[in-house]
Design a protein around this ligand. Structure first.
Ligand code: ZN
Length: 552
């Protein structure tokens, strides 16, 4: 409908219509939504509940009608509830046993002052305002959520809950939220809640302690007055049998952290303590294949946490070979265990394969130089991809130019090591913050580069670059010289013809000064020398050589 009827859709604060949500008070929207819902119920005669909710994106319609209503009612839930009530009135006539559910989520968490849900409406209140930010703290300890739940409960007797028991950024991270969820369930039972959904990892198995979560929460849903920790103990002893002792100690450590509203980063020596407990549990489970498998799965978050933590602080410029090999060992063990247990997702965004791929690239050997024949249309060219290792020095005082760090005979023995094949900038390779950094490399030009044009082609530089060959500035790529804004410049390839300065078979000294105004900085893509008798653009060169920007 968007092309013909933009007025059916949300008017945003910039005065534009957005197809991502509706204007819920438009009479035609109400009519169409009602028709649509009645048709869906006709097709699904066994349905007991239908959900009419906003899309999962923030924003409140700012049209004059919605704004006046929401302001009068003191909550942005008034607009959507107007739509939901209208549909619910029609549903009540034709399908008296069907409930109409709507999310109280993002902007619509708080109840309106006077507008009331019809009796066949279920308000499905989400805990996004508290459990995202304070996952270990009972929801009722957050004022906004407490007001919302008690506010809805004071005026309505059908409330549903959408709660969260997972870290969407890392499903496997040990997550001490048992106590908080147990307290939440008790509060829901006292506030007219008729249904609860607790969201975990939904793409694949692998949510941390997911089986115990399901079992303990199911028991608490049946009887929220039960104590959480004894239920956890019951599960641990029933499920881990001979290996239950150390696993109970591990769980107690997490449970107590949760009681104190703390995550694992605040548990002293969490990793070492956990590793010791799981080593003990594995010994106790030895010889019992099914039990060993259970213990192995339970220990996987510890392995993944160690890997994630150490990779987050990994510094390619400084890391020792022994450390690189140790991390590769961890990565291999994790990938193998994840496959063994059918775990396919690490987070809402990353599959196991994607996540491991990123780490594997960081831990890989540097890419060697490579000579390849390439073609662009009918033209033939020779592309020489420089090896990925450069010398690097951060220049916080911006003194390199004055000290002539671009000169051919420079003692760069103290400079760090840097790689252009990792898709990461100097922040991960020994350089801190924005500003200036210098890169140096000695390049022997292949004897095959005898063509009319010999291009020096950069996949991209983040952000401005000054390229020196044998001590002379030969090319500049800045907002001034390219006409590109920084937000484009950092990801745009460039090339220049250096045939007159580069001699086939000879060594040349390359130096690149880089200035970075924000975010990632430095070289993060391959650099190529390309010999061609016909003119080539940077884009043509990269496509022919199969080089792609990891951020595109
Ligand atoms: Zn509106």
């Amino acid at each position: 409908y968007f092309a013909d009827h933009p007025e059916y859709f949300l008017l945003n604060s910039k005065g534009r219509r957005s197809a991502q949500n509706l204007c819920p008070t438009h009479p035609e929207v109400i009519r169409l939504a009602t028709e649509c819902v009645l048709a869906a119920l006709k097709k699904n005669p066994d349905a007991e509940l239908i959900s009419i909710s906003k899309n999962d994106i923030r924003g409140v319609c700012q049209c004059a009608r919605c704004r006046a209503l929401n302001e009068r009612e003191g909550s942005a839930s008034a607009g959507p509830l107007t739509l939901v009530n209208a549909v619910a009135a029609a549903v009540a006539k034709s399908h008296p046993d069907v409930l109409v559910s709507t999310l109280a989520y993002h902007d619509t968490v708080q109840p309106p002052k006077t507008l009331r849900p019809l009796s066949n409406v279920v308000i499905r209140l989400c805990t996004d305002t508290c459990m995202w930010r304070y996952p270990y703290r009972p929801a009722m300890e957050t004022e906004g959520f407490r007001d919302a739940l008690t506010g809805w409960a004071a005026v309505h007797d059908k409330i549903g809950i959408w709660d969260y028991s997972v870290h969407f950024g890392n499903y496997m991270q040990p997550w001490p939220s048992f106590h908080a969820i147990a307290e939440n369930l008790r509060a829901y039972a006292q506030n007219h809640v008729v249904g609860v959904m607790i969201q975990g990892a939904y793409q694949s198995p692998g949510n941390e302690r997911e089986l115990m979560r399901s079992w303990v929460f199911a028991k608490l849903l049946w009887d929220p007055s039960r104590e959480c920790w004894p239920l956890m103990q019951d599960f641990i002893h029933g499920y881990y049998g001979a290996a239950a002792g150390p696993i109970e100690r591990y769980n107690r450590m997490l449970y107590q952290a949760g009681l104190a509203n703390r995550g694992i980063g605040e548990i002293p020596d969490f990793l070492a303590k956990s590793q010791k407990l799981f080593a003990e549990a594995k010994q106790l489970a030895a010889g019992d294949e099914a039990l060993a498998r259970r213990v192995d799965l339970a220990s996987l978050p510890i392995l993944q946490w160690e890997l994630a933590r150490d990779v987050a602080t990994y510094n390619t410029g400084k890391v020792s070979e022994a450390e690189r090999l140790r991390l590769r060992g961890l990565l291999d063990a994790f990938a193998k265990a994840a496959a063994h247990h059918g775990i396919r997702s690490v987070s809402e965004r990353d599959s196991v394969a994607k996540w491991c791929g990123k780490i594997r690239r960081m831990l890989s050997d540097p890419a060697p130089a490579r000579l390849q024949a390439v073609s662009v249309g009918k033209a033939r060219a020779v592309a020489y991809r420089l090896s990925s290792t450069w010398k690097f020095r951060k220049d916080d005082a911006d003194e390199g130019h004055g000290k002539r760090w671009f000169q051919t005979k420079l003692d760069d023995g103290e400079w760090g090591s840097y790689r252009t094949d990792l898709g990461v900038g100097w922040e991960k390779q020994g350089g801190k913050g924005d500003g200036v950094g210098w890169f140096r490399k000695t390049v022997r030009v292949p004897r095959q580069l005898t063509q009319k044009h010999v291009y020096v082609c950069f996949g991209a530089v983040d952000e401005s670059a000054w390229v020196y060959i044998d001590g002379e500035l030969r090319h500049t790529s800045t907002p001034e010289t390219t006409g590109l804004e920084i937000i484009k410049l950092w990801a745009t390839p460039f090339r220049f013809d250096a045939a007159q300065w580069l001699k086939p078979g000879r060594e040349h000294e390359f130096t690149v000064r880089v200035h970075d105004a924000g975010g990632m900085g430095g070289l993060y893509m391959p650099v190529l020398l390309v010999g061609s008798d016909t003119p080539l653009t940077a884009a043509q060169i990269l496509q022919a050589a199969g080089v792609t920007n990891p951020y595109h």
